[in-house]
Design a protein around this ligand. Sequence first.
Ligand code: TXA
Ligand code: MG
Length: 329
Amino acid sequence: MIVSIDSAIEHLKNDDVVAIPTETVYGLAARIDSETAVKKIFSTKERPFFDPLIVHVASIDEAKSLTTEWTDEVSTLARAFWPGPLTLVLLKSDRVSDVITSGLPRVGIRMPNHKIALEIIERVGVPLAAPSANKFGKTSPTKSLHVENEFKKENVAVVEGGECDIGIESTVLLVKPQGKTLELSILRHGGVSKTEHIQHQFIEVVSKIESPGHMKHHYMPNIPLVLVNESDFLTPQYILNRLNKEMKNLPDVIEDVKILKPKNDVTHIEEMVLSTNSSLAARELYAKLRESSEKTGTEAIYFVLRDYHLKEEWLGILDRLTKAASLKF
Ligand code: TXA
Ligand code: MG
């Protein structure tokens, strides 16, 4: 159900959840001071409680109030990327409940670069917790229609904000202030496409470690996606044969996520093609995953991995493609 900004604010004030647009993907938002509303996020998404939520703010002061370790250096980092697709993970203040952080000592904070999102957060007057507005494990939404289709039964209120400009989720960065420096680790590649953009004179990116709630399988469309490495002998027939042979050997469930497998041999596959420009490809990714899997008659989708996909700016996209895929060869 599409609702106006005014009505969305009413819903949020009344402890309800509302899907709002951001520049990365649509988020399913709730005010952080309402436990009822925050719990509604988990039940609506069918999301396990061990997967923490990102808190969205409309000002630096609001961000400061959520953490006990805001330093001048954190401020410089935030000001360089906000509003924008970077989530900073810092020690939480008492303002942030354990439900939001899944009991972890740290909270993810982000200022989205979207006029409507910022207006809603500002007018509600309280930061908003918001994961991507999709059922757990499924493809994230980049259009209001995706959200409506995903939550038909729940009839979630959605604010129309057009197509998301970035198209994949924010980069998540663990930040540990150490005196005048910051120790940084990337927990999830995303909207900030080049790691060097995060590097400042006094800031070092230390390592890449995995976030909690990060599963091997995520972002899955409704039919199997297969990643295939480019090669000379790649023909649709070869892909079909190999897929039919290897699908049979896959387990049905990996890490509690149901792996998509066709019941009988697949006879109709479609190639999913993305722009060669990584920013455009990110913008198209989720809509294409949904659209190719919704085409009648198509039983599986394949995507060809090529040399240029190995460049750093493709990391966020490849991470999602790998997790969305049932099979890779
Ligand atoms: O672009 C985005 O980040 C979107 C929009 C709506 O802002 N949100 C989003 O949220 O992608 P979600 O819930 O789908 O993914 C959030 C992920 C978690 O799965 C977890 O990996 C990481 O961010 N995260 C959140 N809070 C964290 C914390 N306290 N410590 C470590 N990782 C955290
Ligand atoms: Mg998500």
